[in-house]
Design a protein around this ligand. Structure first.
Ligand code: ADE
Length: 290
């Protein structure tokens, strides 16, 4: 059994989605069973050690499985506040979030990767989506929902794996829908007309809560299907999503590992500690100071 405590701060976390429930090649050193004021996260948080390729130092990375250890938590049931609060409580300042997505564009083929830079919110307000309530009022900026500094590192890593078959799209607008049912064809075509690139059920409220917690957050999307707008392929099914995810799992794991290795390098210390956003939320708090 792994230790249940880990006292050094952990700056980097991966939230794994469908198909990315573990990271091989890392040494598990602890598993933390954390309870937050917002309840328990989706799963125990695993602390992994990674030997950084340029300086040989062991860097700690936290791993959290968004849908639980047995993929038992539906997108609208993910305890996102507990997940973000638990990661923040162990020192996390940078999150790489992974997600399977449907493609809304012909040129984004199943098994391609996308580093999104925008989100359109099509969740239905049924998920708890803020830490600020019951008297605490804050309006955090969300014009750029992802962290551009982390995105730059992610894009460079993705392109470095092109020889191994990773196809990467540098930008894109991610539509986050409510689910758990997939979209209708009319909705899918509407999202295309809005300029949507890819669609999932998991980016929100995770990205908003990370922003409120002053954590730098970037999602890596992997396309698993053309959503139902596409006429010459079958409508999306769970089997299709899982099948493509499995077929591309090796690439997904290489990609995430390369990003973690790069972020672990000393030169990215400032990015990883999210110094560029530390303290930003206090300007958004509009609760009167007594
Ligand atoms: N996740 C993977 N494929 C999806 C799709 N087509 N729509 C919503 N979420 C998805």
């Amino acid at each position: 059994a792994l230790p249940k405590e880990y006292t050094d701060p952990v700056r980097i976390a991966v939230i794994g989605g469908t198909g990315l429930r573990e990271l091989p090649g890392f040494t598990q050193v602890a598993t933390l069973d954390i309870t937050t004021p917002w309840g328990k996260p989706s799963a125990p948080i695993t602390i992994l050690h990674h030997k950084c390729s340029n300086n040989g130092q062991d860097v700690a990375v936290a791993f959290l499985s968004r849908h639980g250890l047995h993929h038992q938590i539906a997108p609208h049931e993910v305890p996102a506040r507990a997940n973000i609060a638990a990661l923040r409580s162990i020192g996390v300042r940078t999150i790489i979030a992974f997600s399977a997505v449907g493609s809304l564009q012909e040129h984004i083929k199943p098994r391609d990767f996308v580093v999104p830079d925008q989100i359109i919110d099509r969740t239905k307000g049924i998920r708890p989506f803020t830490f600020f309530e019951g008297g605490a009022v804050a309006h955090v900026p969300f014009g750029d929902p992802f962290d551009e500094r982390v995105a730059k590192v992610v894009r460079a890593c993705g392109h470095s794996l092109e020889g191994e078959g990773v196809v990467l799209h540098d930008r894109g607008t991610l539509v986050c829908m409510e689910g758990p049912q997939f979209s209708t064809r009319a909705e899918s075509n509407l999202y295309r007309s809005w300029g949507g690139s890819v669609i999932n059920m998991s980016a929100l409220p995770e990205a908003k809560l990370a922003r409120e917690a002053e954590i730098a957050y970037q999602m890596i999307c992997m396309s698993t299907d053309y959503d139902c707008w596409h006429e010459s392929t079958e409508d999306v099914t769970v089997e299709m999503v899982m099948g493509n995810m499995k077929a591309n799992a090796v690439n997904a794991k290489h990609f995430v590992t390369a990003v973690l290795d790069e972020l672990a390098k000393d030169e990215h210390a400032e990015v990883v500690q999210a110094k560029h956003i530390a303290g930003s939320v206090k300007f958004g708090v509009s609760t009167p100071v007594p």
